[in-house]
Structure formats: C-alpha cells, structure tokens
Write a protein that binds this ligand. Structure first.
Ligand SMILES: CC(C)(COP(=O)(O)OP(=O)(O)OC[C@H]1O[C@@H](n2cnc3c(N)ncnc32)[C@H](O)[C@@H]1OP(=O)(O)O)[C@@H](O)C(=O)NCCC(=O)NCCS
Length: 175
C-alpha cells in the first residue's frame, strides 16, 4: 500500500528481527505490552498472523527501508482498532502524520469501517495528545489506559485538514 512518501507492506516472519529491535527498545516499548525477546517466539507469532484474517500488521517503509510498524485489529461492529504503532528515531518528521492518515484511509475507504477506536497508556501523553489533536474523543478509562473513539466525521475532517501529509486515498496493491 502506497501513501505519499511512505509505504506499508504486510509483516512476515523475516521481519521478526526488525520488530524485536523496536519492541525490545526500552524507550520505544515503555507503553506497549511486553513481548518475548526470543526471535523464535516472534517468528511463531508472525506465522500465526499469516493465517489470521481479522487483523493487518504492517511494516512502514520510507525510501525502501523499514522505519516502523502499525497494526489494525480487534474490529467492533463498524469500528476498527489500531495500535502497535512504533517509528524508529530516524523517521522523517512527517512519518507519524502520514502513517496515521494511511491507517484511516485504509480502514475507512478500503475496508469500509465507519470509525475507529484506540487505547493509549495514560502515561503515553505525547501519543494521546497526538490522537486528541486528530479528533479522538476520550470515552472511558481503565486503571492504565485512556480509551478513545473517532467517529467517521472526525476522521474525515482531519483527513481534509491534514491533506498536505496525504491527499486522498492510499493505493492498495497487496490484497
Ligand atoms: C507513536 C509514535 C509512532 C508517534 O510518532 P512521533 O514521530 O513520535 O509523533 P509526534 O507526536 O512527535 O509527531 C511527529 C510530528 O508531527 C507533528 N504533528 C503531530 N500532530 C500534528 C498535527 N495534528 N498537526 C500538525 N503536525 C502534527 C508533530 O509536531 C511532530 O513534528 P516535529 O517532528 O516537527 O516535532 C512514536 O512516538 C513511537 O514510536 N512511540 C513509541 C511507541 C508507542 O508508544 N506507540 C504508541 C502506542 S500504540
């Protein structure tokens, strides 16, 4: 799938080392659920993922190099959830906005969802502020997380407002 400067490709077993390098980076993974540091476990997870049809796990690439990950999962009615969103420190400055816009373009235009939901650790303030600026509404909280919802209109307003990062839809060629 191609955006403006980024592309997403399906994660596969060969990405285990790259994914582990992000998920075992203590700073990056501070607010993510812990994963095993064993590469065989990561490969097994990716092999199971290859059989799943209820989620999409992408490697985010820039200029042909992997720079991060993102995942769409846990659909609830007409809303999809996304997360496992990590970008390397060497990402270009626009990567966060463009990759978020690509997730919404894919989830809404391509998969046909109407809205989205997210949960973010309360301590991950930079990230929940990102989502709030994007139009996410805090609808609930647990001891650890804030739960957010974006309705279709809020997503479309932000896609239009931020069209300089991604104008229109994504080109999808991997399905
Ligand atoms: C989550 C993550 C991918 C976000 O990427 P990021 O690059 O840190 O995102 P930022 O909030 O810094 O935003 C990037 C840029 O977009 C800009 N931006 C963000 N929201 C914006 C908005 N609404 N309008 C305009 N610009 C915006 C920021 O100002 C920033 O610009 P700068 O580089 O000039 O400072 C990254 O922080 C990460 O890997 N975190 C660790 C893993 C994690 O906790 N993931 C979330 C849990 S799912």
């Amino acid at each position: 799938m191609t955006g403006k400067t980024l592309s997403f490709r399906n994660a596969c077993a060969e990405d285990a080392a790259f994914i582990l390098s992000l998920r075992t980076d203590t700073e990056k993974s501070r607010y993510l659920s812990a994963v095993s540091a064993d590469i065989a476990d990561q490969k097994a997870w990716l092999a199971r993922y290859a059989q799943a049809d209820d989620q999409a796990y992408f490697i985010i690439e820039y200029q042909g190099e992997p720079i991060g990950t993102v995942r769409l999962y846990n659909p609830l009615g007409d809303s999809f959830c996304w997360g496992s969103w990590i970008l390397k420190d060497t990402r270009p400055g626009h990567a966060a906005m463009e990759s978020a816009l690509m997730v919404y373009a894919y989830g809404i235009d391509h998969l046909g969802f109407k809205g989205a939901h997210l949960d973010v650790r309360k301590g991950n303030e930079r990230v929940w502020r990102f989502h709030e600026r994007f139009g996410a509404r805090r609808v609930a909280e647990t001891a650890e997380d804030y739960l957010y919802r974006l309705d279709g209109e809020a997503i479309q307003v932000s896609r239009h407002r931020y069209r300089r990062f991604l104008d229109g839809n994504v080109q999808v060629e991997f399905l």
